[in-house]
Design a protein around this ligand. Sequence first.
Ligand SMILES: NC(=O)c1ccc[n+]([C@@H]2O[C@H](COP(=O)([O-])OP(=O)(O)OC[C@H]3O[C@@H](n4cnc5c(N)ncnc54)[C@H](OP(=O)(O)O)[C@@H]3O)[C@@H](O)[C@H]2O)c1
Length: 329
Amino acid sequence: MYVPAENRYDVMQYRRSGRSGLKLPLVSLGLWHNFGGVDVLENGRAMVRRAFDLGITHFDLANNYGPPAGSAEENFGKIMKLDFHHLRHEVVISTKAGYWMWNGPYGEWGSRKYLISSLDQSLKRMGLDYVDIFYSHRPDPDTPFEETMSALDYTVRSGRAMYVGLSNYNAEQTREAAAILRDLGTPCLIHQPIYNMFNRWVEDELLEVLDVFGIGTIPFSPLAQGLLTDKYLNGIPEDSRAASEHSPFLDKDDVDKTIDQVRELNKIAQERGQTLAQMAVAWLWRFPVITSVLIGASKVRQIEDIVGAMNNANFSEDELNRIDAILKG
Ligand SMILES: NC(=O)c1ccc[n+]([C@@H]2O[C@H](COP(=O)([O-])OP(=O)(O)OC[C@H]3O[C@@H](n4cnc5c(N)ncnc54)[C@H](OP(=O)(O)O)[C@@H]3O)[C@@H](O)[C@H]2O)c1
């Protein structure tokens, strides 16, 4: 039987998600890539175990993670059964619905029909009675927010979820949706936007809205899918996401476009005595409204590296200015 490291809660720091009672680790692990049916289960299993040993209590999924869609939840269910069945109360599991999952008019977006059917399928795939956080994965322009939010509220009232969240909603959509959820008595726990050094859209307005509503923030793709690391400095390694046939959202063009900035950022990271991946994650923690940073990983050692970012999470004004200057090009 898997016995987790005894010191796991001493290694990690936890932040409260907005004005809720739930604390999340500064680093959360996402299972979008590297946990699907095309991947090696034992590698995924080793990553989840090592993450938990380091105090990472929060694992993020979605109905469609794989490939094939659904297989990451199936594999995570296997890992839960093998290693974590006695630890369910110590683990926070998130899933989402919003993107395409099955054919026909009820297989994507934000209807009550789709969201609740999808969550029931997710629970079955993972072998769980409930998830801790259920997200609307994207706003639906054609379904009234009242319907989507009341479906989220229902997932909590029916015992399928403990909390609800929003992902990929812009500031205005978040304001509207969060107000409905608050009125329904199921306040939005957390928002999951893309946020990294190369994509700072949340800084314009969203972070302020989240702060006002007391909603936590969990940035996804904090490393820009691996671009904000030292892995592409000498070309594209075979075992990287940019080279993988299973990752249509990152390729050689993305590497070519960013590599000059990455080299400059890497110099600052080296001066700070940390890896670029560590600096990219620590930089996101600088705002208190950021609850946790949601990383992906393909190897155990990447998770260990990221957790090491906590050893140097402070930035001088000068460092922040130099980073801004590099990012502005
Ligand atoms: N809500 C949404 O719409 C949405 C969208 C996307 C993602 N997400 C969530 O966010 C999670 C993270 O997204 P992401 O995987 O794009 O995040 P990311 O952390 O930006 O990228 C993860 C990739 O970076 C590389 N990496 C990680 N740590 C490293 C290290 N220490 N040194 C060198 N390389 C390192 C690995 O690439 P290699 O594979 O090349 O080794 C890893 O697969 C997903 O799993 C998912 O849960 C949500």
